[in-house]
Ligand binder design. Structure first.
Ligand code: AMP
Ligand code: ZN
Length: 117
């Protein structure tokens, strides 16, 4: 069912504490941890505790949690003392999505090119 934990989902396992992660912030609805393969000096993933396959599905199924992700992006940026940062939601394999549990990438700490690749 939408929002239920999935046995084969890496990020559900991180939420449940079954896979280790460097967690930097937690709320009732979200978990934020450092990306294992950072693409910038600060590269943090923010995930909802509930399982939806991408950001749009989360926004449809649990819109208040989608808003929590965006609020947490600012909180992470504040904690990391980032004046500027980028929030990325890769959606679909062609855009580089490899984990099909919604997540926001928060990237900062270096100059960021626009447009992104
Ligand atoms: P995406 O490619 O947008 O689906 O993002 C998935 C991200 O998860 C990638 O940036 C990976 O480096 C990251 N990742 C994969 N496994 C782990 C892990 N065990 N802990 C932290 N980050 C991970
Ligand atoms: Zn999941």
């Amino acid at each position: 069912m939408a929002g239920e934990p999935q046995d084969d989902c890496l990020f559900c396992k991180i939420v449940e504490g079954h896979v280790p992660a460097t967690i930097v912030r937690e709320t009732e609805t979200t978990v934020a941890f450092r990306d294992i393969n950072p693409q910038a000096p600060t590269h943090i993933l923010i995930i909802p505790r509930v399982h939806y396959e991408n950001a749009a599905a989360l926004a449809s199924g649990a819109p208040e949690v989608a808003a929590d992700l965006l609020r947490e992006a600012q909180a992470v940026a504040d904690d990391e003392k980032l004046e500027s940062y980028r929030v990325v939601f890769n959606t679909g394999a062609g855009a580089g999505q490899t984990v099909f549990h919604a997540h926001a990438h928060v990237l900062g700490g270096r100059g960021l090119q626009w447009p992104p690749g």
